[in-house]
Design a protein around this ligand. Structure first.
Ligand code: FES
Length: 137
């Protein structure tokens, strides 16, 4: 389980990849479409590594997380809570993580602001890949 501070007040959580998580709402290239969840009461979700598209990512609204794969085999995780006024980002498209409220966009590589009004980057989480599984802490 995570030992990192929770910048958004989220409970600590661990995500293991196996199937596309519930709320694969805005996955650029997430062909699964109908996401399934294997989330348990211990706040664990199973997410298929293959459901995180190269050059894109997926938004996991229920977990308030964004998973991206900016380059093949390189995974990043960010808070889905926009640093502008707290809306949840809604999609990953064309290399950015996009907030629907006022148009802020963040880099899928490091969560930095690509387009304002947000001024602060998205908080990041560590991602560890073990086989077909991702662990986010
Ligand atoms: S809350 Fe996201 S751009 Fe304003």
């Amino acid at each position: 389980m995570s030992t990192l501070p929770s910048p958004t007040g989220m409970p600590r959580r661990t995500f293991l990849a196996a199937t596309c998580a519930t709320g694969c709402l805005a996955a650029a290239g997430c062909s699964a479409g109908a996401a399934t969840s294997d989330r348990s009461t211990t706040d664990t979700a199973r997410i298929a590594v293959s459901d995180v598209p190269v050059g894109g990512g997926i938004v996991l609204p229920a977990q308030q997380l964004v998973l991206t794969q900016p380059q093949a085999g390189v995974f990043r995780a960010f808070s889905a809570v926009c640093t502008h006024q707290g809306c949840n980002v809604s999609e990953v498209r064309d290399g950015t993580i996009n907030c629907p409220c006022h148009g802020s966009r963040y880099s899928i590589t490091d969560g930095s602001v690509v387009r304002r009004p947000a001024q602060e980057p998205l908080p990041t989480y560590a991602v560890t890949r073990t086989g077909d599984f991702l662990t986010i802490s």
